[in-house]
Write a protein of this length. Structure first.
Lengths: 348, 268, 272
């Protein structure tokens, strides 16, 4: 515990949200967030993830019947300014009329902290985010990455009970996103603070989340550790939203799955299986001498340096995606044998 | 070069338009300082007419200044919160309200003034005080304040900025003081200049609203134009120009928005 | 959230009360008084049935329409020119053209007298050239001149703002397709500026219909509606007729602005 207050446990019970225009943004939701963990809300736009975050923050109230509990205390009707949560906005919401230091110290000034203490805390934050030299800059003199750091510093400076981040990296370019993702990760670990992170980027979710809440159409599709979500997706939506998923359609008979591309021995196949799913890393192109039950034709091959991404036509609606590390040149139309690791097979 | 000819043609035209606007201003300023305008500048320059105006009409100058400042105070108190609400909620209701607020500008001042007279003219204490004129000026200038502030508030992401401040613990009044007001000062300033300038020059309503004891500068001007010699009218106009010129220049300076700065992404 | 709505209503309240008490209520009263005279509610149709009022309505509209047309042409040419060509002195020209923005009508009337009055510049020049002194300040031509003077600054500002948003690439594209300057003007610039022209034109028209100060300064025998209303009110003490006429005048100007706003599809800033 270096910096934040006591970590906060957050619980939502029966929280739904219908907007004034009648749109149902969130179906009734129950969710428990443990003290000190980082939970990522992941989903496409319009899935309800930001609405859920805003309900937790106190920027929206849930429909009647919903409750938000902070450490067991009902805060449903408490506005955000009385919840003591830190928030980082997608557009940062930095105050253009204040300097960097003014922004970071604002929450403390509101709390009537003595000037000297505000100053000390601001310098501490500036040092922590490595932006000390920017202290007196105006906001419009900062780059995107610098703004992001100021926004984080400002949210943390007040020692909030929980940190809420609404797509904080979306406005940045890819390379900077990677750097800052790492920084945010180590920051959250070192603070030990309860954090809720909203994103539509599955890589961010995987990297940062202790647990991930995957959402779709205002509902929770799955809650779990990143590994569970990836390896054991609960629904087709989760399977396809996270990572790449290959699909073969066919039928099972006597432990053998048969499809247009050929057949595949799978002793554990559930009866009545008509479709199998698997990740690109669970399928490979057979070596020349190998014999395999599945065949396909290369539709496209993209050399990516460390590997080659192959799209292999197998008579399905979508070609299979295969990451090949083989030192081999593929060209359009090559016939290839395919080997699938049965441990990676999923039926949903 | 065909394009060059076109350019010169347009430039010449524009210079003519400029002359149309500026020459009478210069002529009237000159006339106000000339001993006898009928003879011309040869008759000599004098401050006699300006002094005559000062002696005869200085109350109108003070009244107009006082009136415009009072008008500014009222429009600030009424207009800034209104603009805030209109920026905050953009729906059919607030659009209708905005529309209605502009009515006193769209409707001729004569009509508004008559309406005020038939409604409140019998309250003689009110009718004969300068507050009666102030009411008209506030109606007429309020939309300019509201629009000017609203334009700035609509250009910034007010909602998120306020949410940001709220997330740091700021309640409504601290937010209004620390975030809303400082971030719309550009609009408040431009609106204020506009309000003062318009109030100084308002005639359409004031002519009907004024009494012999509440003559504003434009009312005095109309008086002078109608009944006094050209030189005095000119001198009076000169005084008026000197009063509103700084305001107009300031307005022009603030009308231009600051160009956004380009900030390069830091390299790491 | 309900709390917030209450707060917003509270913030609107002061302006709302002032507006209702000093504008809506008086306007309603004006409307009632308009129908309370000798003619009764017929006062509202008198503007069309009475020859005197009708002729003043026609001349008011005529001078307003002429003002609008002239102002749009003048401001269109100069506004686009100043926006397109940045040369030394450009800023000074813009400053001079927009400077009279907030001149009151009375002062503008005086400017017309300085130009076309009995001791005016035009009179002196024409006398020197032809021996005949041209004086037209106190006629409807003088009023027209004053209204154009009044309308140019704000119209130029509107045109310049619209021309700035006009993508120069459209013009370049048209030229790349072989369009002459005339075609570029007709097919690219004027259509691009149309919304600005409509809104600025509506303001010109509405202001010219309702303005009083300029006509008052030029006085004499100019028979425009605001002068008629003023005369009814002060000289004839016919308050009901003055009320009815000014109410109709208000409706007309408001309608012109409202129709233009719909046509232009953007907000039409109010006139001064």
């Amino acid at each position: 515990m270096t910096d934040a207050g006591t970590p906060l446990a957050i619980a939502l019970t029966n929280c739904a949200k219908t907007f004034a225009d009648g749109t149902k943004a969130l179906e009734p939701l129950d969710l428990a967030i443990h003290a000190g963990e980082t939970v990522v809300f992941l989903g496409p736009s319009g899935c309800g993830k930001t609405t859920t975050l805003r309900i937790i923050a106190g920027l929206e109230e849930p429909d009647a019947g919903g409750k938000v509990l902070f450490d067991g205390v009902d805060v449903t009707h408490l506005p955000i300014e009385q919840r003591n949560v830190g928030m980082v906005f997608q557009s940062y919401a930095l105050f253009p009329n204040m300097t960097v230091a003014g922004n970071i110290g604002y929450g403390l000034k509101i709390r009537k902290v003595a000037d000297a203490q505000v100053k000390a805390r601001v310098s501490e934050m500036l040092a922590m985010m490595q932006i000390t030299k920017l202290a007196d800059r105006r906001i419009d003199q900062l780059s995107g990455g610098q703004r992001q750091r100021v926004a984080l510093a400002r949210a943390i400076a007040v020692r909030p009970r929980a940190l809420l981040l609404d797509e904080p990296l979306t406005a940045l370019d890819a390379k900077l996103r990677d750097t800052l993702r790492l920084e945010i990760d180590s920051l959250l670990r070192s603070l030990g603070i309860t954090a809720i992170y909203v994103t539509h980027d599955q890589a961010e979710a995987m990297a940062l989340g202790d647990r991930i809440v995957v959402m779709e159409h205002g509902r929770v599709a799955q809650i779990g550790k990143p590994r569970e979500i990836y390896q054991r997706p609960a629904t087709r939506f989760v399977a396809e939203f996270i990572g790449t998923m290959n699909r073969l359609t066919g039928a099972v008979k006597n432990g053998v799955f048969t499809c247009k591309a050929g057949s595949l021995a799978w002793s554990e196949a559930p009866a009545n299986t008509t479709e199998i799913l698997f990740r690109p890393e669970d399928i490979r192109v057979a070596e020349g001498h190998e014999t395999t039950g599945l065949q396909g034709k290369v539709a496209a091959a993209f050399f990516l340096g460390d590997r080659t991404r192959l799209f292999v036509e197998v008579g399905e609606a979508q070609p299979l995606v295969i990451e090949s590390t083989a030192r081999r040149d593929f060209s359009h139309g090559d016939a290839v044998g395919l080997a699938i690791d049965p441990r990676g097979l999923l039926v949903l | 070069m065909k394009r060059r000819g076109l350019f010169l043609l347009q430039l010449g035209f524009t210079l003519l338009v400029c002359a149309f606007l500026v020459v009478p201003v210069i002529l009237s300023m000159l006339a106000g300082l000339t001993v006898n305008y009928f003879i011309g500048v040869e008759s000599g320059l004098t401050l006699r007419w300006v002094m005559e105006v000062w002696n005869g009409y200085r109350e109108t100058i003070f009244l107009s200044i006082g009136l415009s400042l009072a008008c500014l105070a009222v429009t600030l108190v009424l207009g800034v919160p209104t603009a805030y609400v209109l920026a905050k909620r953009q729906n059919a209701l607030t659009r209708t309200l905005e529309e209605m607020l502009v009515l006193p500008v769209a409707v001729p001042g004569l009509a508004t003034a008559l309406a005020l007279i038939v409604t409140y003219g019998s309250l003689s204490g009110f009718r004969t005080s300068w507050a009666f004129i102030l009411v008209g000026h506030v109606l007429f200038t309020l939309p300019f304040m509201v629009r000017s502030v609203l334009a700035v508030l609509s250009a910034i992401d007010l909602k998120t900025l306020e949410e940001g401040a709220a997330s740091l613990g700021a309640g409504f009044w601290p937010r209004f003081r620390d975030i809303v007001l400082p971030n719309c000062r550009q609009g408040i300033l431009a609106g204020s200049l506009m309000v003062v300038t318009l109030s100084m020059g308002e005639f359409n309503m004031t002519w009907l609203l004024h009494t012999p004891f509440t003559k504003t500068l434009p009312v005095g001007l109309a008086d002078a134009y109608a009944s006094l010699r050209l030189e005095v009218g000119s001198a009076y106009t000169l005084v008026f120009f000197l009063m509103i010129m700084p305001l107009l220049l300031a307005l022009q300076a603030f009308a231009k928005p600051r160009p956004a700065k380009f900030v390069a992404e830091e390299t790491e | 959230m309900r709390h917030e709505v209450r707060r917003l209503i509270l913030l609107l309240l002061p302006a709302g009360i002032v507006f209702a008490a000093f504008f809506l209520l008086p306007m309603a009263r004006l409307f009632l008084i308009g129908g309370s005279g000798k003619m009764g509610w017929a006062a509202y149709t008198a503007i069309l049935t009475d020859d005197l009022y009708l002729s003043s309505l026609v001349s008011t509209f005529a001078v307003a329409a002429a003002t609008t047309a002239a102002t749009l042409v003048i401001s269109g040419i100069s506004g686009v020119f100043l926006q397109r060509h940045k040369f030394p002195g450009n800023a000074a020209l813009v400053a001079m053209l927009t400077f009279p923005l907030a001149f009151p009508g009375v002062v503008i009337g005086f400017m017309v007298i300085m130009l076309a009055g009995r001791q005016g510049l035009i009179g002196q020049v024409t006398q020197a050239l032809t021996g005949e002194k041209l004086v037209f300040a106190y006629t409807i031509a003088g009023l027209f001149m004053g209204y154009v003077y009044f309308s140019i600054p704000r119209t130029i500002l509107t045109v310049m703002a619209a021309a700035e948003k006009l993508d120069p690439k459209l013009e370049e594209a048209a030229r790349s397709l072989g369009a002459s300057p005339w075609h570029v003007l007709r097919d690219v610039i004027i259509p691009g500026l149309k919304p600005a022209f409509i809104s600025a034109g509506a303001i010109c028209f509405a202001t010219a219909v309702g303005a009083f100060g300029t006509a008052f300064t030029l006085a004499a025998k100019i028979n425009v509606l605001p002068m008629v209303i003023y005369t009814e009110f002060t000289l004839s003490a016919n308050i009901a007729m003055a009320a009815a006429l000014s109410f109709v005048l208000g409706i007309v100007t408001w309608l012109v602005l409202a129709v233009a706003r719909t046509a232009a599809g953007s907000s039409v800033a109010a006139a001064g």
